[in-house]
Design a binder for this molecule. Structure first.
Ligand code: DX5
Ligand code: ZN
Length: 234
């Protein structure tokens, strides 16, 4: 619970023509994960990357691959991503009924990966409750999933605090990840509310110096997290 904040750069905002250089930059800057946004044109309007890229990435980097599935049929595709070398797989609560959500989390863990459940901005924390005690991470979306470069939805940090509270009540301690519009100004807000892992697309890869941008966001988030812990007397 008290580990330092980690940054998970989303390669959706990277330069696909020079992905190797972008991965090297975030490795060197101390990224915690590589965030891979998988979109199918059904669950979200956009269509992005999938299994073949995850396979190649797993050979190209030692950073853990954090695969965010924004797809309509996660149960079918989870085994493919496990085999491709994902380290952590996130499914959306909205894509699955409760029984299938439980099944998906079990399938991910049976494959030896860390499992996460994600909530869209309009989805209440209650939707994660059936798996809250079984997941390694909860992803709070701070934009509507589908596109990088969107503005952070004000107040999303309140949902981060709610997830932290619900987890505590259950005696669970999943990591809390936030995704969408996270940069120098918004990272401190979510980190103070209890976020452990911050996904950053444009704030890292659209910067002139991605490594420097990553380090400053991480430092700002960590300072805010420590200040909030001190204020709470922890
Ligand atoms: C949105 C994706 C995000 C996105 C983040 O659906 O899940 O990971 O790429 O990009 P930024 O940080 O630019 O909002
Ligand atoms: Zn994402």
């Amino acid at each position: 619970m008290f580990q330092p904040v980690k940054i998970a750069p989303s390669i959706l905002s990277a330069n696909f023509m020079d992905l190797k250089a972008d991965i090297a930059a975030i490795e060197e800057a101390g990224a915690g994960y590589v965030h891979v946004d998988v979109m199918d044109g059904h669950f979200v309007p956009n269509l992005t990357m999938g299994v073949p890229l995850v396979k190649q990435l797993s050979r190209a980097t030692d950073l853990p691959l954090d695969v965010h599935l924004m797809i309509a049929n996660p149960l079918e595709q989870i085994p493919w991503f496990v085999d491709a070398g994902a380290d952590s797989i996130t499914v959306h609560a909205e894509a699955l009924g409760v029984e299938d959500l439980v099944r998906a989390v079990a399938l991910i863990r049976q494959g030896g990966c860390r499992a996460a459940v994600s909530l869209k901005p309009g989805t209440p924390v209650e939707a994660a409750l059936p798996v809250l005690g079984d997941v390694d991470m909860v992803l709070v979306m701070s934009v509507e999933p589908g596109f990088s470069g969107q503005r952070y939805i004000q107040g999303s940090e309140r949902k981060v605090a709610q997830v932290a509270e619900a987890s505590r009540a259950l005696g669970a301690a999943p990591l809390i990840q936030v995704d969408g519009g996270i940069g120098l100004e918004t990272a401190p807000l979510v980190a103070a509310a209890g976020a452990d892992v911050l996904v950053c697309g444009n704030a890292v890869f659209a910067a002139d110096d991605p490594a420097a941008a990553l380090r400053s966001i991480e430092a700002a988030a960590e300072a805010a997290r420590l200040a909030a812990l001190a204020a709470a007397g922890e």
